[in-house]
Ligand binder design. Structure first.
Ligand SMILES: *Cc1c(COP(=O)(O)O)cnc(C)c1O
Length: 239
């Protein structure tokens, strides 16, 4: 069995290699470790190995796991006197009636793909006196069963998001289709990059608009080559 440490190191090496190949600076890439299939013990080990950003795709699981991790980390901070910052990302579909529950937990909601959801996040954030970072989820693969706004409607929706007071549109998120065909995957990421640039060049885009969240265990190297700033990696680390 390969240790968690070795798997994390392998992922880092692969990212470094892809950065080299595409002349990118590794420092501009955040790896969100996706914890939906693993245990609290493994997450704690990942934290000890230096991981800081974690992602869940379901609200209930996010709440439960984040609460347990928070307790353990707080205790350890008390003992060691060192502070440790853990950032949680919601990466899966969010229903409006669950927005209120996730706001106190997350650093970023990566899966915002409708006006009504963004409105609810803005309203609930206002009540809580906070601004919430979100990503616009774009369906770059064109698969009808996927969440995400269709490519052709993305810029308009981003503009609408930009008028809402208590959300900060920090970039876009996308998922490649499930295929082994690298060309199809790459085309999807190139598409996402183009949409990102389109929105970034609009007058309404804020300074904080600088993220492209794309790339999972099977395709993160391609994603790095095509400009990802956030990777979401689960099974390559925990499986
Ligand atoms: C599960 C999940 C991931 C991670 O997938 P792996 O293939 O395990 O790396 C990334 N993004 C989203 C939205 C997910 O649900």
């Amino acid at each position: 069995m390969i240790s968690l440490k070795d798997k994390i190191e392998q992922v880092k090496e692969n990212i470094a290699e892809a950065c080299n190949k595409s002349k990118r600076d590794m420092a501009e890439i955040t790896t969100v470790v996706v914890t939906k299939t693993t245990t609290v013990e493994n997450i704690i080990e990942a934290i000890k190995l230096g991981c800081t950003d974690f992602g869940e795709n379901r609200v209930q699981q996010l709440k439960e796991v984040a609460e347990q991790i928070d307790k353990i980390v707080s205790n350890q901070m008390l003992l060691s006197g060192k502070t440790q910052n853990i950032n949680w990302h919601l990466i899966g579909h969010l229903q409006r009636n669950k927005v209120k529950q996730v706001l106190p937990i997350v650093k970023m909601i990566q899966s915002v793909d409708t006006l009504r959801l963004a409105e609810e996040i803005s309203q609930q954030s206002k009540k809580a006196g906070i601004t919430t970072k979100i990503l616009l989820q774009v369906n770059c693969s064109g698969e009808p069963q996927k969440f995400g706004i269709p490519v052709g409607a993305a810029t308009h929706l981003a503009e609408q998001f930009s008028t809402m007071p208590n959300i900060e549109l920090a970039g876009i998120m996308t998922m490649a289709p499930l295929t082994k065909d690298e060309n199809i995957i790459r085309r999807c990421f190139v598409r996402a990059r183009e949409i990102f640039e389109d929105i970034k060049n609009e007058r309404f885009a804020s300074k904080e608009f600088h993220h492209i969240s794309m790339g999972m265990s099977n395709d993160y190297k391609i994603a790095v080559e095509e400009g990802a700033t956030i990777l979401r990696i689960g099974s390559a680390i925990f499986a």
